[in-house]
Design a protein around this ligand. Structure first.
Ligand SMILES: [Cu+2]
Length: 160
């Protein structure tokens, strides 16, 4: 029992110091990291976040995203006159050598028409298609909203 506790603490320490997590998928110059979906707050709606890293010098563009459940739409959040609203986005440009991080209040993938609510502990399949890198396939674990926010902050800190 004591041994198990020690291992758990070591794992916590490793994640707390923000060690970079390995990519979930790589194709061409594009790598996908830190993919998380939130447990459904409303029965048939949820959100998915992931980070796209462009390790190539040339820009690439994400032109499609789909998931194993429901309908996926890329959204951004725009604030005008103090009012925030979500806007559908057709293309997500990733400049050469840059990283685009989806997060609450910014780019996210809206999941709608879910056949059943997403629960923490589930995972969903994701396909993201880029002009140059082609289609990357990966899975995103489903977590509570607060766990997703925490993971995204850790991921960002790990690559700062
Ligand atoms: Cu949205």
């Amino acid at each position: 029992m004591k041994r198990l506790v020690t291992i758990t603490l070591a794992a916590l320490a490793a994640s707390a110091c923000g060690r970079e997590s390995p990519p979930l998928a790589v194709s061409g110059g594009i790598a996908v990291l830190d993919a998380y979906a939130t447990a459904s707050a409303a029965p048939d709606v949820s959100a998915l976040y992931f980070t796209v890293e462009n390790r190539a010098a040339e820009a690439d563009t994400m032109i499609a995203v789909s998931t194993s459940v429901g309908e996926a739409t890329l959204h951004t959040v725009e604030t005008r006159n103090g009012l925030s609203s979500m806007l559908a986005v057709e293309r997500l440009p990733i400049p050469g050598g840059a990283e685009v991080r989806m997060r609450p209040g910014g780019y996210h993938v809206m999941l709608s028409a879910l056949p059943s609510p997403l629960a923490a502990g589930d995972s969903i399949g994701v396909e993201a298609t880029f002009v140059h890198a082609g289609t990357l396939r990966f899975r995103a674990p489903v977590m509570t909203y607060s766990d997703v926010v925490e993971r995204l902050e850790q991921g960002a800190a790990g690559r700062r």
